[in-house]
Every structure is written in C-alpha cells, then in structure tokens.
Design a protein around this ligand. Structure first.
Ligand code: FAD
Length: 320
C-alpha cells in the first residue's frame, strides 16, 4: 500500500530509506527539472542510487513495503504527468556514471554505468579514436536510457555496438544478458519486464581519432540544421511508421505550429513538441492526440508514440 503523500516524509519506510548508505532520498519532489521537456508533477519519493549495494537494499525495501517504482534516466524520452508519480522514482548516479575501457586487437570494450550521459561517452570514444558511437553525440540521454530505447540516429543504433547488459530484476536479483540473448527492434530493446539496467558493455572499433572526430562534428551539424533548439522538448514524439516519417505526416496534416496552452508542434520539425514555457503535460498530450487523430483521418496511418508516458494520468473518456 502506498502511503499518502502528505505523510510521506516521516513514515517508517522513509526512516529505513534514510539509513541506506549510497542513497539520496527526496520526498514529494517535483520532477519537471529532471526531464528535458521541463514538465511533470512530483514523485512521492525520488531515490538517487549511487552504489550497487544500495540498489539491492532499496529494491528489497520497496518490495517489502509494496511501494511501486519506476526508473528515470536523464528524462529525455519521457512525458511525466502533471499529477506526478505515485511511489518511487529511481535514478542512477555515483558509481553508475563510471566507464572502464579495455583496448586490444583493433577493438575496444567499454563497460559503462547506466547513468553516464551517452553523448559524453561518445566524445570520450572519439578522443580515443574509437568508432561506433558517433551517432550518439547530441542524444541527451543516459547510457541506460539509450540501451532501453535502442537509441539511434543517422543509420546507426545501440544494438549494433552492445556486447552485454548487466542489471537487476525488480526484486534485486542480478541479471546479465549477452548480445546473442537480446532482441532489438526500432527504438526498443525488449528487456525482460522490470529490468533495471545498471551497466552496459559496448564493443567499439579502433579507428583514427581525427576521422572519428570529423564524423561526430558532421553529425552535430546535421542535427542542428534539422531539429528545434532553444525550447525544451523530448526529441521525436512518434516513431516513424514503416516507409514514412512521422514528422512528414504531421506536417502534411497541417499541424506544424499548432498550439495547446504553452505547448507547440514545432515549426522546425513537426515530430517535435516544444514547451514554450509553462506548458503542462496535458497540453503536450492534447497535441499528441490531435496529431494521431489528424494523421489517421487524412492518411489512415496510426502513429505510435516514441516518448514514454510516466505517472498518474487523469482518466480519459472512451473516445480518447
Ligand atoms: C533534443 C533531443 C534529441 C534526441 N535525439 C534522439 C536521437 O537522435 N535518437 C534517439 O534514439 N533518441 C533521441 N532522443 C530521445 C532520448 O534522448 C533517447 O531515447 C535517450 O536514449 C533516452 O535516455 P534517457 O536516459 O533520457 O531515458 P529516459 O527518458 O529517462 O527513459 C526512457 C525509458 O528508459 C527507461 N530507463 C532509463 N534508464 C533506465 C535504466 N537504467 N534501467 C531501466 N530502464 C531505464 C525509463 O524507465 C523509460 O521507460 C532525443 C531527445 C531529445 C530531447
């Protein structure tokens, strides 16, 4: 049973949490600042886990107390509801940002914590002249989020470089998956439900630092010319349907620039929704509904969201 939010600060559950070394606990914490969209109500408990030992203790405690939880990476592919998240939100920090590099025989294996920003890792790889992660420069997510989403760009994606994934089940049991045991599809890694990714091992190819750096810079220029900047957003809102582009369809449906509240379908790229300042999750969801309905009506294509919805959403009518 989830405790009432108003009482959340002084329950035995919270007292137990506060005894766990390597864990930072925030109660009733607004989540907007932890997302690229800058939208989202409070989490009952925001738990920053800095050590492996803390993770297993936290998961056991959550299980014993019947508190639901979810994982948040850098919040760059997430829309959190205005009502926020009941239960706990777990984020990785501390030791989960570290990377270990082993280079030999023309390739390298990097084992990296889930909390490491994937773009930072891409730059570190480029400095070492290691090729394979160039596409990730400019993706504002964590390694864990990129793995879960099978993030990709410009013809490459995580699945091409993953060698192994380490994690735990939702009850805290360790889990290790070799590449051959995993199935990736477009923007999905199909991990066993409830898996928390703690570390990822990536296989990169030895190249020349100058060549790798040049490719990274080229992709940065391409990204800047095609994507909106300046306003908070969550990247592509919808998956591209087979053989087409969600942005092209939304633009062709006449929705570029459509606004609800302070949210807008970007005038630069119609598969982006931007927060003009003070937008609500409900505004963004309203624009998503409008885009889906109009594209269905005009082109008979069902757009599927790429952005993941998190938290407690108000009930919707049967028509929605
Ligand atoms: C400006 C912009 C540009 C973008 N460009 C691209 C792009 O080119 N290509 C692309 O693919 N994406 C892109 N994205 C989307 C996003 O950055 C990626 O999907 C990214 O990989 C998400 O990582 P995250 O850490 O932010 O995950 P979050 O958004 O925090 O979470 C995404 C999902 O992963 C889960 N998750 C996160 N970490 C873990 C973990 N350790 N264990 C278990 N589950 C976890 C969450 O529960 C959630 O379901 C872009 C976003 C923005 C804002």
């Amino acid at each position: 049973m989830v405790p009432m939010r108003k009482e959340a600060g002084d329950t035995p559950f919270v007292q137990e949490l506060k005894k766990i070394p390597g864990l930072k606990v925030k109660i009733d914490e607004p989540l907007a600042r932890y997302t690229s969209m800058k939208i989202g109500g409070p989490a009952d408990y925001l738990l920053d886990v800095e050590r492996s030992a803390a993770l297993s203790r936290v998961l056991k405690l959550l299980d014993r107390c019947g508190i639901p939880f979810c994982v948040l990476g850098k919040g760059s592919n997430i829309l959190i509801s205005d009502l926020g998240v009941r239960g706990a939100v777990i984020r990785f920090a501390g030791e989960f940002q570290q990377a270990e590099w082993v280079e030999k025989d023309g390739e390298a294996l990097v084992t990296v914590g889930a909390a490491c920003p994937v773009a930072r890792l891409a730059r570190a790889a480029a400095r070492r002249g290691l090729s394979g992660l160039e596409f990730a420069e400019g993706i504002p997510g964590s390694v864990g989020g990129a793995l879960v989403m099978n993030a990709g760009a410009y013809g490459s994606e995580m699945e091409r470089i993953v060698a192994r994934v380490e994690g735990v089940t939702e009850k805290g049991a360790p889990l290790s998956l070799e590449r051959g045991e995993m199935v990736f599809t477009y923007r999905d890694s199909h991990l066993p439900p409830g898996t928390l990714v703690t570390r990822v091992c990536l296989r990169l190819a030895k190249g020349k630092a100058d060549d790798v750096g040049l490719k990274v810079r080229e992709l940065v220029v391409r990204r800047k010319s095609s994507q909106p900047s300046g306003y908070p957003n969550c990247g592509s809102v919808f998956r591209n349907p087979p053989g087409d582009f969600a942005g092209r369809l939304i633009e062709a449906a006449g929705l570029k620039g459509k606004r609800i509240g302070r949210a807008e379908i970007s005038v630069k790229h119609a598969n982006f929704i931007v927060n003009l300042g003070g937008a609500k999750a409900a505004d963004v969801r309203g624009l998503m509904d409008a885009a889906r309905a109009e594209v269905k009506k005009q082109f008979n294509i069902e757009l599927q969201p790429e952005v993941r919805l998190l938290g407690e959403w108000p009930p919707r009518s049967a028509a929605e």
